[in-house]
Ligand binder design. Structure first.
Ligand code: URA
Length: 239
């Protein structure tokens, strides 16, 4: 890749400004000042800008975050801090959440810059299960297990929800697995049966489980098995 393109991407500045910085002798490659934007970088080259190393990123990146309450899953928000606050990685603004959680929902968020991979998780065509632990205001009735497994009509929607698995853990808490990701789906499913979600935590996406060692706000890279699972196991007929 050209040096000016690389710097423009990594520093989120225009090529014009990159050109100015290069001419001002602020950029070195392997310790040598380089002023030409057309300089071709090799993957092993060490690039420094103003004395700071600019890491070359090769390939896509994949992380899991334990999202705390009070953060939004978008890259920018006028009112609330975003989950990017926790991600200490170069050009973290290029990472996006593969399936967002609400401001007040906690737990597993997968972050990546691989759009095809995240599409496998979020697209309803790929049937990727998501599992939540849900606390509700009114006592849970066993009749909900059947109602959710058949599918229920959500307010303002034309089609019922796809079959969902409800496991009642105690009077006010259940584990719910859904394969879609409609807007506020879990909260709306309980609202449709006259109940109210008081807390919501995502513990699993497909076979990828929230790592128990991660405290709220902590993250880690996904393992190769976790990354590959998404490509191997999301509905192959729709690949
Ligand atoms: N369903 C919801 O209602 N909220 C979430 O954050 C995730 C699923």
């Amino acid at each position: 890749m050209r040096l000016d393109k690389f710097l423009s991407q990594q520093l989120s500045i225009s090529r014009t400004i990159v050109g100015r910085e290069l001419r001002a002798a602020k950029v070195t490659v392997n310790g040598e000042i380089i002023k030409k934007g057309a300089y071709q970088l090799l993957p092993e080259d060490k690039v420094c800008y103003d004395g700071n190393v600019i890491k070359q990123i090769s390939g896509f990146r994949y992380f899991m975050l334990n999202k705390p309450v009070g953060y939004v899953c978008s890259t920018d928000d006028p009112d609330y801090p975003t989950i990017n606050y926790f991600i200490d990685e170069p050009v973290s603004h290029k990472l996006h959440a593969a399936g967002r959680l609400d401001l007040d929902t906690t737990g597993l968020v997968l972050l990546t810059d691989d759009g095809q991979w995240s599409h496998r998780i979020t697209s309803p065509r790929h049937h990727c299960d998501k599992t939540y632990v849900v606390s509700v205001q009114d006592a849970l009735s066993v009749s909900l297990i059947d109602a959710f497994s058949i599918g229920i009509m959500l307010h303002n929607e034309k089609k019922p929800t796809k079959p969902a698995k409800l496991e009642i853990l105690n009077k006010h808490t259940a584990r719910l697995t859904i394969s879609e990701g409609r807007y506020h789906q879990v909260k709306r499913m309980f609202a449709a049966v006259g109940n109210h979600v008081t807390s919501l935590h995502r513990e699993r996406i497909g076979r990828i489980e929230l790592d128990h060692v991660l405290e709220p706000g902590q993250y880690r890279p996904l393992t190769k098995d976790e990354i590959d699972w998404v490509y191997r196991n999301t509905n192959k007929n729709n690949a």
